[in-house]
Ligand binder design. Sequence first.
Ligand code: ADP
Ligand code: MG
Length: 258
Amino acid sequence: MITIAIANQKGGVGKTTTAINIATAMAATGWRTLLVDLDPQGNASTGLGIDAAHRESSTYDVLIDERSIQDCIHATEIPGLDLIPATVDLSGAEVELVSVENRTHRLGSALRQHRGHDICFIDCPPSLGLLTLNALGAADTLLVPLQCEFFALEGLSQLLQTVEQVQQRFNPDLGIIGIALTMFDRRNRLTDQVADDVRDCLGNLVFESVIPRNVRLSEAPSHGLPALIYDHNCTGSRAYIALARELIGRLPEQRKAA
Ligand code: ADP
Ligand code: MG
């Protein structure tokens, strides 16, 4: 199984939207896909139609009670896509983890023992605390959604520093599979300028596919559906399909067998 953390310590940049829709696209392509909701807000869980009352087990149980991944999986309505939901007690886990053994390795150990999925996405919370460190410890590689706005690059350099520290301390093989530009608005010249700057700065690390600002993407979660199912033909869905295709192209050869 290849594990991809979707991370950016800024909130509202499109992490959850990207996690849900890329995971759906991968599942639709035949990959047995797992999404781990690591944000106490549980937006990915809600967006996949698993409401709070139906979250019998969660990422909290994996992190704190060391329950197995298999034990905490919830099937979604999308064939081939399973979820480990987040519950509000996950916000307490950030503090509880401070005093446990292997506090940055909990998620990674659980995922490494898990069989039955080809690919796993981790939807990270908007911080660089112990939850995100667990994701970075568990991941083979990182996908970074970046909103095309003025302070985007500043936040990114902080994230890249954290990645470097994680590589030095506990996950030397952690890679960055790509940076995805989100909420792109062609009519806004600042957005355009920021996208150009990011490409100048980071070159091929930036995916060619750009996710446009599209109201269908923001409507879909309130129906408990990925945009890809809610309206598979809207510009946002089509952009996520293109991004998923590009992502597959960047996966190591032996993992593309699926
Ligand atoms: P994060 O997980 O980084 O906090 P979200 O994916 O939850 O970000 O996105 C923040 C808000 O913006 C949500 O309300 C979401 O529906 C909306 N949104 C995300 N991407 C887009 C987009 N490309 N176009 C329009 N709205 C978007
Ligand atoms: Mg989110």
